[in-house]
Design a binder for this molecule. Structure first.
Ligand code: AMP
Ligand code: MG
Length: 409
């Protein structure tokens, strides 16, 4: 996170970092876990460390197709060795004696006596001949994958709190584990406020717009692998807003909404939350996404994102994601920005700006290019972009300056 201390003194705004810290301090990981098969574990968070009961590889084996030899026989290039056996993967050879070589294939165990493997490309052998010529000097251990080189028996291979990606699925399977204990999925309820919003598939009347937030937010929630209860559009009335929040709070760990958190007369989320639980209306020193509501109803946390489509998109990344990761029991909650060079100029600003950006590689350096229209209603900017560049408060950005970049996904 950037250092924006002092950005907001006297402005009534809180900094992004402060808002994130407050969110995280209110959240605790869900209790409860379940056992799932490794094939069904993608995106889940480990509830327990995984310890390997075996070495991987389990035995010394060859990294190449070629010939297993005694390196002392090949101290000079041109050694001629008798080929006495053939060892495909899955088979076991017998001892390689002085003057002998074993034809061997990738993954097969190194036979006793041999201590090196010569790639077949570095040998000469006539068709049907029992003699192979080794065209190089061999060193002991060459082209051998050692037992336990990847994983040692008894070692922790993955820690509780790790989210399982495709590579973790493979690693877990490589030690013979068929199912894992994962945290139960986070239950997230969402709804979308506004009398002007209409579901896609219906005609628009004058003054109406389509409910794009429902789709971008559902997409976001799907990437977080949570259980989603989507209440759809909620009209701008206090009664409807109170009703849906009451229902959602009965089962959800987190209620996530869009719109209705400004201070307009038609914004009922604040009033409903004040009736049902507790609420902090935050004006955050960021753009887009100034108004965000955070509170609690019963056991459920409540995060009310702004209504503008780009604001929803950005605040979901910046606030909802770390909050959900913490609630899901993940150890790594915050995304670490990378530093890139600005291929743009940006004026000194009072609210930290999250610019939709792409990275271009030039002469080995990464340059951030920003979308020309950064308005909070311009959702095309988010589709064009690969990530967000942070324009910090109180500092103008000049071309070539180092800026923080948060990649999507
Ligand atoms: P609000 O915070 O409710 O005042 O909404 C701010 C802006 O976002 C308004 O222009 C709304 O029309 C727009 N907006 C609110 N909800 C949605 C939605 N679900 N999909 C697309 N735009 C929305
Ligand atoms: Mg509204």
């Amino acid at each position: 996170m950037s250092d924006n201390r002092g950005c907001c003194a006297g402005s009534g705004l809180i900094s992004v970092d402060e808002a994130i810290q407050q969110l995280l301090s209110q959240a605790s990981p869900v209790a409860g876990s379940e056992q799932v098969g490794v094939l069904d574990s993608l995106g889940r968070v480990l509830a327990q460390d995984i310890i390997s009961t075996i070495n991987v590889p389990g035995y010394d084996n060859t990294a190449m197709d070629g010939y297993a030899v005694r390196s002392e026989d090949c101290a000079q290039a041109g050694a001629q060795l008798g080929v006495t056996q053939r060892i495909p993967a899955g088979a076991n050879g017998v001892e390689v004696k002085p003057g002998e070589a074993a034809r061997i294939f990738t993954g097969a165990p190194i036979p006793p006596g041999a201590d090196a493997v010569v790639m077949q490309e570095q040998t000469t052998r006539e068709p049907d001949s029992d003699i192979v010529i080794i065209n190089k000097v061999c060193r002991p251990g060459e082209n051998i994958r050692r037992a336990g080189e990847d994983i040692k028996q008894g070692g922790v291979i993955l820690k509780a709190g790790q989210r399982i990606r495709q590579q973790e699925m493979g690693l877990i399977a490589s030690v013979g584990v068929a199912s894992v204990s994962v945290k139960r999925s986070l239950r997230v309820a969402c709804f979308f406020t506004g009398d002007e919003i209409v579901e896609p598939g219906n005609p628009l009347q004058p003054g109406q717009i389509y409910n794009s937030n429902r789709y971008s937010l559902n997409g976001f929630l799907q990437t977080q692998h949570c259980e989603i209860t989507d209440y759809g559009i909620v009209p701008d009335t206090l009664e409807a807003t109170v009703d849906v929040i009451k229902q959602a709070a009965q089962h959800a760990d987190l209620i996530l909404t869009s719109g209705g958190v400004s201070v307009g007369e038609e914004d009922y989320v604040r009033i409903a939350l004040e009736q049902l639980g507790e609420l902090h209306m935050w004006r955050i020193a960021m753009k887009p996404g100034k108004p965000v509501a955070f509170g609690r109803v019963g056991d459920a946390l409540f995060l009310g994102l702004p209504g503008n489509p780009v604001s929803v998109f950005v605040t979901a990344q910046i606030f909802a994601r770390p909050l959900m990761r913490k609630m899901q029991g993940e150890t790594q909650t915050l995304q670490q920005p990378v530093q890139v060079k600005a291929d743009f100029e940006w004026p000194e600003v009072k609210r930290q700006e999250y610019l939709r950006a792409r990275i271009e590689n030039r002469d080995g350096e990464s340059w951030a290019v920003v979308y020309p229209h950064q308005g909070s209603g311009v959702l095309s900017s988010a589709c064009w972009a690969q990530g967000l560049v942070v324009a910090p408060v109180n500092t103008a950005v000049r071309r070539g300056d180092s800026v923080s970049y948060l990649a999507f996904g």
